[in-house]
Design a protein around this ligand. Structure first.
Ligand code: 26W
Length: 822
């Protein structure tokens, strides 16, 4: 038995308190009287980090000793959210640390608020990577996340005069206690230049790439701890730096400024995250980022492999690599280059290894989001990779010709090179050809992939395709963000559900229990009061916590149809103006989300929301029965406040456009009911919770296809629906823009004329469904019962379930238990 606990690893309140004071003194160099909130936050972060490191080192040692098969998750984005609270939960130290802080005269919540979240992602795709890292560690799967350490993450959003303004995200400003720089893990990455070939003295054909530019990648490691296990996996993010010797060369020849420029250019590679979550046309720096990540990651894997074995032909037994969308798809060519050019493996051997190493997840059906690089750009930056891709393509197309003799059109569609107008490298084709498994992220999405964007690949190799419905981690999205609900659930069914989310089923019988329902309602109400306070403080709008909290938070995009929600708000407003005494359910609409800085329509939608809010919130006729709030700077931290307080979750994308959605899962797991279309994972959520507990509206994918086949005429819908027409006219006439009839024209005009995302086709169905939902909200007994049943039946949407499926079907990897040696 231990008599005294080590200050670095002990977990008693007393030890934690002492360790905290120690770190304040010896790490921050502060005595209590002058310490700032940030000093306190950092001292606590270092205290927690010590406890992480113990587990991390034990994990690393175990994996190394056992040469464990390892999952590598390659992603240009990891949208982690704040670490402190999550690590406290996973360590099981939340309450002890809260107590230790209280004894020190500090409030843990204040310290938690100090953390600047690492926003190294745009939205769903980056957040999914973060949830998957949590589940991998919790399931004790050896894993490395490889990504980019952007100096500036996703921009901070401010709202000025109703418009979005972007502010740079200097997230590293006050230091990052969660990462450890590894300056000794430094790998060279080449760009540009040319290639030449020769035959070496053993008669081998060899290609040499003489680059024009060379940078180095430096590893920054962050431990990712699982929930109540000793497994702490590695998130390794790369930062680009100029290679020292390069500078000196230039310096010696007198070109000092040239050398400095080179340095700046090199470091620009990891300067900033591209804030577009769709479309992105041929940005050279973006391709440099992608290649930089892939080259660093693959070189690192080979380095780790060679520490234990010299036989690279078994590389794919040690590593399985998941490509998070096509952003890291250049990996396919890079691994070929490393194996063939640098490690001298024969092409066929290298190709077998490569295909058995990679698997590819697709995250979008939007044709404009499919990545393709103009050939001249690609060839000038990665001349050797272009040759390798030509070779891969030639061999691949030979097989296609065998399978479909004479089918030239199919050949052109399958080709990695798009030869249509301009020539492009198609990254999705490269990913498909170079992978042994391809998956979509929800059942509907995976089906549509096979019918549309990846149809030819499906017909060629159907056995590669599968579905892996997304999931979210209940640790961050329930335990950390909704302690009230967590306590209530655990009091009744124990704590098993946190690791085995299916166990939530055991709540089902309690849906009929009046006492439990009352407690459930009280938890939700408390969360709403808390959000109301936040709204008041943040945007100065007072909202009534007993009104229905109807929330739409996600990136702003036309296909996500935030403006459909606005049409309904204006409909309600119009009704109140027509019948001032109308008895409606008091209603608070809450929006949040960022628009890509170059996406004008999306920014105009934000302006529209804020303009409607201004009119509705101040109209005396409305008399507080309708409130509209736009929460600025929606991010992970904000999500953690918002999901627990929602009554109604808006998941209203045009059917067939949202690959999965994951916000839909976070809402439902926190007891919100969903109003949604049959799109993405909504389909499966409805299947699980039961049609009677889900507010469904809108056309299905098939119905929309039919509508377009027959010639979609949105103007006819508007002209035949008096309320819809009034709503559109009210926007057009300047009612929400101080008489400016031009401002919102791009939105309204598009709806009348073209309406690509079919808002008008779904308008009436949506308005009716909204009315049904808000009417039902008045029957609080019924609502609470449905809310409980929703949560009870949402177990499927744990990222643990999703990761188990990846492990079994794609990665063929097993848990490795990490013991704690002391
Ligand atoms: C080229 C720039 C770029 C960047 C990101 C293009 C496309 C993306 C992503 C594919 C966008 C994204 O985040 N997709 C979302 O992925 C989630 C996780 O699978 C899904 O839940 C969302 O439905 C999907 O939109």
């Amino acid at each position: 038995t231990v008599l005294t606990e080590d200050d670095r690893t002990g977990t008693s309140v007393e030890t934690l308190r002492r360790a905290f004071m120690d770190n304040l003194f010896f790490v921050q160099g502060r005595f209590p009287e002058v310490a700032t909130k940030n000093d306190h936050y950092l001292a606590l972060a270092y205290t927690v980090r010590d406890r992480l490191l113990l587990r991390w080192l034990n994990s690393a040692k175990t994996y190394r000793d056992q040469f464990s098969r390892t999952v590598c998750y390659l992603s240009a984005e990891f949208l982690l959210g704040p670490h402190l609270g999550n690590n406290l939960i996973n360590l099981g130290l939340y309450d002890a640390v809260a107590e230790a802080m209280q004894q020190t005269g500090l409030d843990l919540n204040v310290l938690l608020d100090q953390e600047e979240e690492p926003g190294l992602g745009n939205g769903g795709l980056g957040r999914l990577a973060a949830c998957y890292m949590d589940s991998l560690a919790t399931l004790e799967i050896p894993a490395i996340g490889y990504g980019i350490r952007y100096e500036y993450g996703i921009f901070d959003q401010e709202i000025r005069d109703g418009w979005q303004v972007e502010i740079t995200d200097k997230w590293l400003r006050y230091g990052n206690p969660w990462e450890i720089a590894r300056p000794e893990i430094t790998l060279p990455v080449k760009f540009g230049g040319s290639t030449y070939s020769y035959t070496d003295d053993q008669g081998r054909y060899r290609v040499v790439w003489q680059p024009h530019q060379m940078v180095q990648g430096i590893a920054y490691d962050t431990p990712i701890l699982g929930y109540k296990v000793n497994t702490a996996n590695l998130l390794r993010l790369w930062r680009a730096e100029a290679i020292e010797s390069f500078d000196f060369q230039a310096f010696n020849t007198g070109d000092y400024y040239g050398a400095v420029n080179e340095k700046i250019a090199s470091e620009n590679i990891t300067k900033v995250l591209y804030p577009n979550d769709e479309q992105l046309q041929g940005k050279e720096l973006r391709l440099m980022q992608q290649y930089f990540l892939c080259s660093c990651a693959l070189q690192d894997m080979i380095r780790l492999y060679l520490q234990c074995s010299s036989d690279l032909t078994r590389f794919h037994h040690k590593f399985t690599v998941q490509l998070n969308d096509t952003h890291p798809a250049i990996s396919v060519a890079e691994l070929m280059r490393l194996l063939v050019d640098e490690h001298l493996l024969p092409w066929d051997t290298a190709w077998d290894i490569t295909r058995q190493t990679f698997a590819y997840t697709n995250h979008t059906l939007l044709p404009e989001a499919l990545e393709k690089w103009p050939l001249p750009l690609f060839g000038s930056l990665l001349p050797r990779h272009l040759q390798i891709i030509y070779e891969i393509n030639q061999r691949f197309l030979d097989q296609v010709r065998l399978a479909y003799p004479g089918d030239q059109e199919r050949l052109a569609r399958l080709s990695i090179i798009d030869e249509s107008e301009c020539r492009y490298v198609r990254m999705a084709n490269l990913a498909c050809v170079g992978s042994h498994a391809i998956n979509g992220v929800a059942a509907l999405h995976s089906e549509l992939l096979k019918q549309t964007v990846l149809r030819d690949f499906y017909e060629l190799t159907p056995e590669k395709f599968s579905n892996k419905t997304n999931g979210v981690t209940p640790r961050r999205w329930m335990v950390l963000s909704n302690p009230g609900l967590t306590r209530l659930i655990s009091n009744h069914i124990g704590e098993d559900w946190i690791k085995h989310l299916d166990q939530l089923r055991r709540l089902e019988p309690l849906a009929e229990d009046a006492g439990f329902a009352a407690e459930w309602h009280a938890v939700k109400h408390k969360n709403k009061v808390r959000l109301a306070e936040y709204i008041q403080q943040r945007v100065g709008i007072s909202v009534d916590p007993s009104s229905i909290f109807d929330i739409l938070v996600k990136r702003i995009h036309e296909y996500k149809r935030q403006h459909l929600c606005v049409l309904n708000i204006i409909t309600l407003y119009q009704r109140l103006k027509d019948h001032p005494n109308l008895d409606i359910t008091p209603h608070t609409f809450i929006f949040g989300g960022k628009a890509a800085p170059g996406y004008y329509k999306a920014k105009l939608i934000i302006k529209l929301i804020n303009s409607v809010a201004e009119v509705v919130n101040t109209d005396p006729t409305v008399a507080d029965r309708l409130k509209v709030v736009f929460l600025p700077d929606y991010n992970v931290t904000c999500g953690q406040r918002v999901y627990p307080a929602a009554d109604l979750s808006e998941q209203i994308s045009t059917a067939g456009y949202e690959a999965s959605g994951t916000g839909n899962m976070k809402f439902a797991l926190n007891g919100a009911l969903t109003i949604g279309t049959l799109d993405g994972a909504n389909v499966e959520i409805r299947e699980e919770v039961g049609a009677e507990n889900f507010f469904l509206f809108g056309n299905t994918v098939e119905q929309l296809q039919e509508i377009w086949r027959n010639g979609y005429r949105p103007w006819e819908i508007a002209n035949n629906n008096p309320m819809l027409k009034r709503v559109l006219d009210l926007i057009s006439c300047g009612h929400f823009s101080h008489g400016d009839t031009e401002l919102f024209r791009p939105i309204v005009e598009h709806l009348w004329q073209n309406d690509r995302y079919c808002l008008l086709a779904d308008y009436q169905s949506y308005v009716d469904c909204q009315e049904q939902a808000t009417r039902l909200y008045r029957d609080q007994k019924q609502w609470v019962k449905m809310s409980i049943l929703n949560v009870a039946r949402m177990g499927k949407f744990s990222s643990d379930r999703a990761i188990r499926e990846y492990c079994e079907d794609i990665w063929r990897v097993q848990p490795v238990h990490v013991p704690l040696a002391d």
